[in-house]
Design a protein around this ligand. Structure first.
Ligand SMILES: Cc1ncc(COP(=O)(O)O)c(C=O)c1O
Length: 419
């Protein structure tokens, strides 16, 4: 009788609460968290612990490989729990939010209409099929809800078959930091029999995002914006469309059977279907470590700290005679720690370069991969301020874990000193 030999695998180390501080370089003021956040020590420690065991995932019988497989699947569970995954949801590891939304776009049932707003990041504008509906940027959160209701009413008018509709919205704008009324939009979507995806790239680093509580069907997020480097992201959501879709990446790992004939292939179901190729183990583990650390943290306290810094930054900018803030909604709309602004009469790229060279301050400049929105807000800022000398691109300062009052004050002082 054949004997199955399984070498004993030491149990996975218990998850210990990891600290939420972030790494950085003394003296450098990083106010560019919205582009890529600094690495959390939780992520660095989790990766350092795993590195000696580093081996293949889902592919080996050796103890190293088996531990890596377990760590990868445990990371999936942790990330799913963090975002409130429900029974029937898949948690698919991707490279980032862009990758996650492109995967979702490829998994749409034929004939799906996608409805977005023009204020989205390119990652949530460009993947969607031709015929998608792009609603104008609303002037207030309530207007967004009413506009979606009207658009879905119109889309459903006269159709008996109820073809699939997906609404795709951001949780927080990468340009203004303003939060979008995701739960309200989800209610409207559901009332019209549509599904809804939230682009949580900018919201997740700043606030808890729970798909079940929000009533959203899909969520996309990036590890590198959530204090976890190594290029992992996630698409989480309803498994039915994902299991029915062609694999996003055809290849090893995405199949359950491959025969001799070219057409003889059975694709896996579940996350594996869309994770062809060797997965990014370290990215997944780093992301899960941050999710676990954030889940253990006092998010209300983190929020209060960030909001205090944000208020200081916005008040300071408002007090500078040449700075004009960009915004979509009213000045008091809820927002995360992101502010875009212009310095009248000054080129934004030059200002960013000067902040870096003379003050060791890192901010972003440009149109932030949200060209339609940024251009519109620049025009609106010119009209609101009555200034004809605003530059054609903007600056963005973004805060997060590790940001301090001193960071904000140094930026404000440097801006005040601009010649
Ligand atoms: C709101 C939003 N969505 C999507 C993305 C794309 O993220 P990634 O570059 O990690 O794919 C970004 C990146 O800045 C973003 O801010």
């Amino acid at each position: 009788m054949p004997v199955t030999l399984v070498s004993p695998l030491p149990p996975l180390p218990a998850r210990t609460a990891r600290p939420l501080d972030v790494l950085g370089v003394p003296g450098q003021v990083n106010l560019d968290h919205a582009a890529s956040a600094p690495c959390a020590r939780a992520a660095a420690d989790a990766v350092a612990e795993l590195l000696p065991w580093y081996a293949s995932v889902h592919r080996g019988a050796g103890a190293l490989s088996r531990r890596c497989t377990l760590e990868y699947e445990r990371a999936r569970q942790t990330v799913g729990d963090f975002f409130g995954a429900r029974a029937g949801d898949h948690v698919v590891f991707t490279r980032n939010t862009t990758d996650a939304l492109n995967l979702l776009a490829r998994a749409l049932p034929p004939g799906t209409t996608v409805v977005t707003f023009a204020g989205e990041h390119h990652a949530n504008l460009l993947p969607w099929p031709r015929g998608s509906v792009r609603l104008p940027v609303p002037a207030a959160a309530g207007e967004a809800v009413r506009a979606l209701d009207a658009a879905l009413t119109e889309l459903r008018r006269g159709t008996r078959a109820d073809p699939p509709v997906l609404v795709a919205v951001t949780g927080a704008s990468n340009v203004t930091g303003e939060r979008w009324p995701v739960a309200e939009l989800a209610l409207v979507a559901r009332r019209h029999g549509a599904r809804i995806a939230v682009d949580a790239a900018q919201l997740a680093p700043h606030a808890p995002v729970d798909v079940a509580a929000l009533g959203v069907d899909y969520l996309a997020a990036s590890g590198h914006k959530l204090y976890a480097p190594f290029g992992a992201g996630v698409l989480l959501g309803r498994g039915d469309w994902l299991d029915a879709a062609p694999p996003y990446l055809a290849g090893g790992g995405a199949t359950s059977h491959v025969g001799a004939a070219t057409h003889e292939v059975r694709w896996a179901t579940g996350p594996a279907r869309h994770e062809g190729g060797t997965p990014n183990l370290l990215g997944a583990v780093a992301l899960a470590a941050v999710c676990a650390a954030l889940a253990d943290a006092d998010r209300a306290e983190l929020h209060a700290h960030e909001q205090a810094l944000l208020a200081r930054l916005r008040d300071g900018l408002a007090a500078l005679p040449h700075a004009v803030e960009l915004r979509t909604f009213g000045p008091d709309a809820p927002r995360v720690g992101i502010v875009s602004f212009v310095v009248a009469g000054r080129d934004s790229a030059e200002v960013a370069a000067e902040l870096a060279a003379r003050h060791d301050i890192g901010v972003r400049d440009g149109l932030f991969c949200a060209h339609p929105l940024a251009r519109r807000l620049l025009a609106e800022a010119a009209a609101r301020s009555g200034r004809a000398d605003l530059p054609p691109t903007a600056l963005r300062a973004s805060l997060g874990l590790g940001s301090t009052t001193d960071d904000v004050d140094r930026l404000l002082a440097a801006l005040a000193e601009l010649p």
